[in-house]
Design a protein around this ligand. Structure first.
Ligand code: ADP
Ligand code: ZN
Length: 213
């Protein structure tokens, strides 16, 4: 069944962006549950490929563990496959962690054409705070929920799986993830660069507008 009464009777497509540690996973998961649509995290998709030892996973592993972006064609391969599923065609999605570069934004526009995204949400959390959260969290390998280490038990509240530290939540790797965010993803968010084809949501207009400017 779909979420609340307010949910549109057509697919809802939302993307959530923000630096590592800004709460993308948590907020995207909540939003997806409220909207009654699948939560699609490219980080989770990649970690699942790595876990399975698939060809994409084997090639992606070194990038993920170094806090670098996985090359576009690999991410796009797993994303495009997921976006083809019937539940997504019917209900839409909350996309978490994609796009992270201008090129990915252009690729997403092409994948979704002619519909496009309904909304883009940027989570803004200062770097220091985000770093503290990442350094102190445990994540559930099963359902992806994360909790602060000092607050909870060693088991996931939701599914009872033993919580673990994520391999890339290491000080040096966190640093690298922040740098990647500033260099590659920030240009998407500050509206100062528009895509080659001026596709609406990555161009200068919608972001300032949706912030009420
Ligand atoms: P975070 O945003 O906190 O780094 P994610 O789970 O979203 O966590 O991503 C973890 C890692 O997965 C990234 O550091 C990167 O290596 C890879 N990744 C996720 N999404 C993308 C993407 N859109 N493009 C390239 N690599 C990605
Ligand atoms: Zn869990």
């Amino acid at each position: 069944m779909r979420g609340g009464d307010m949910v549109a009777n057509r697919p809802v497509r939302v993307a959530v962006l923000g630096r590592p540690g800004s709460g993308k996973g948590t907020q995207s998961g909540r939003l997806a549950r409220v909207l009654g649509v699948p939560h699609v995290s490219t980080g989770e998709l990649l970690r699942a490929e790595i876990e399975r030892g698939s060809p994409v996973g084997r090639r992606a592993q070194e990038f993920v563990e170094a806090g670098q972006l996985v090359p576009d064609e690999m991410v796009l391969e797993s994303l495009a496959e997921r976006l083809d599923d019937a539940d997504i065609e019917r209900d839409g999605f909350v996309l978490d962690g994609f796009p992270r570069t201008i090129d990915q934004a252009v690729a997403l526009d092409a994948l979704l054409a002619p519909a496009g995204l309904d909304a883009v949400v940027e989570l803004m959390v200062p770097e220091r705070e985000a770093a503290e959260r990442l350094g102190a969290r445990l994540v559930c390998p099963e359902c992806g929920r994360s909790v602060s280490r000092d607050q909870r038990s060693a088991l996931c509240d939701h599914c009872g799986t033993v919580l673990a530290r994520r391999a890339d939540d290491d000080v040096d790797v966190i640093r690298s993830r922040f740098d990647v965010f500033e260099n590659e993803t920030r240009p998407l968010l500050n509206g100062s660069i528009s895509t080659a084809d001026s596709s609406p949501w990555t161009a200068t207009e919608p972001f300032p507008k949706s912030r009420g400017a």
